[in-house]
Ligand binder design. Structure first.
Ligand code: SF4
Length: 94
């Protein structure tokens, strides 16, 4: 599943979630953000319109971090960084 906050895109490969014992993303979202990730049928989900998610999400990245360390590495977050492509080209790291 995939959803967006104001500037970031969160992708969750929820096929990995059934085997995850910690469900750490849910607690991380409650602790460090506004709890927009909830558990439904053993998998993380979000409710609300895209506008509500963009307003409520704090772009804290805690779910991705916790999933890496205590979950099943199911979350990836795309964070656009203005000027990054030009910077990489300039420094030969593109
Ligand atoms: S911590 Fe990761 S693997 Fe576990 S339920 Fe959350 S997204 Fe799925």
């Amino acid at each position: 599943m995939e959803f967006q906050e104001r500037t970031i895109t969160i992708r969750i490969d929820d096929a990995k979630c059934e085997a995850c014992a910690s469900k750490a993303c849910i607690e991380a979202c409650k602790t460090y953000s506004r709890g927009i990730l909830t558990l439904k049928d053993g998998k993380p989900t979000v409710e609300g319109t895209p506008e509500e998610l963009a307003r409520k999400g704090t772009e804290c990245l805690a779910c991705e971090y916790e999933c890496w360390f205590r979950g099943n590495s199911a979350i990836s977050i795309e964070v656009p960084v203005k000027g990054l492509d030009a910077y990489r080209k300039k420094h030969g790291t593109a």
